[in-house]
Write a protein of this length. Sequence first.
Length: 254
Amino acid sequence: MEYKFRDINIYKIKMTENDRQNQEDEKMNINEITREQLAGMIDHTFLKAYATKADFEKLCGEARENGFAMVAINSYPVKMCKELLEGCKVHVGAAISFPLGQTTIETKAFETEQAIKEGADEIDYVLNIGKLKMGDDEYIKKEMETIVGICRKAGVLSKVIFENCYLTKEEIKRAALIAKEVKPDFIKTSTGFGTSGATPEDVKLMKDIVGDEVKVKAAGGIRDWETCKKMIDAGAERIGTSNGVTICEEFSRQ
C-alpha cells in the first residue's frame, strides 16, 4: 500500500484491550530483569570531540567486562574499537552525520558504507531535522530507505535518531510513521547533544506508533537506574548512555 502522508495529521493511536494487557505484562516483567539482561540493553557511549585511544580502550574494556550491547562512537574510531573488541560479542556502533544530521543523503550513505567496511555492526544516523520540520516527508522517507537499505544489505542494525527536543509531538509522530513503513531496526529519541534528552513520554509515544514493527532506543540524559527503568517501562529496548557502569552498579544494589 502506498504511504499517504496527508493522513498523518489525523493519526490516532488505537489500542485493543489485549494490547493494553500485553503492555501491562511487559511492564511487570521489568521487575524480573537480571543484571546481564540490563547490560545487554545498553549502548556504552563515548562521542566526545577530544576522545583519544586511551578513552576508547577504557570504553571497550568496560563494554567487554560488563557485557554491554554495543559501544557507541563516531565513525572515525570504528576500526580501532573493532580490534579492541575482537573475540567478544559487544557490537561496534557508528554515529552517522552526528550530531546535527545536516549532511546530504549521499554523504550519509558514504559515511555509513565506510563505517560498515571498517567493521561497524550497527549504525545510528541523525535524520535531517530541518527537512522534517519543513514537512518534506518524502525526503525523510528517501533518506531513511537509503541508509536502512545499506544496513540491511550488509546485515547491520540500523537506528534512526529523531532528536526529539527540536520536534513537536506531531513531527515525532510523522517520523515514527515513516519508520513504521521503512522498518529500521530502531528509532531513537536523541543524540545527547541537543537541548534535552529522552523522556518516558516521548519513548511511549514512539513505541505506541511503531508497535512491534520497530524497536525504540532511549538516549540522552540517562545517568542512573531510576531514569533508565522509566525508559524501559515506557517501551525502550535499548538505552544509550555514557553511564552504563553506574546504572548496572545501582541496579545490583537495589
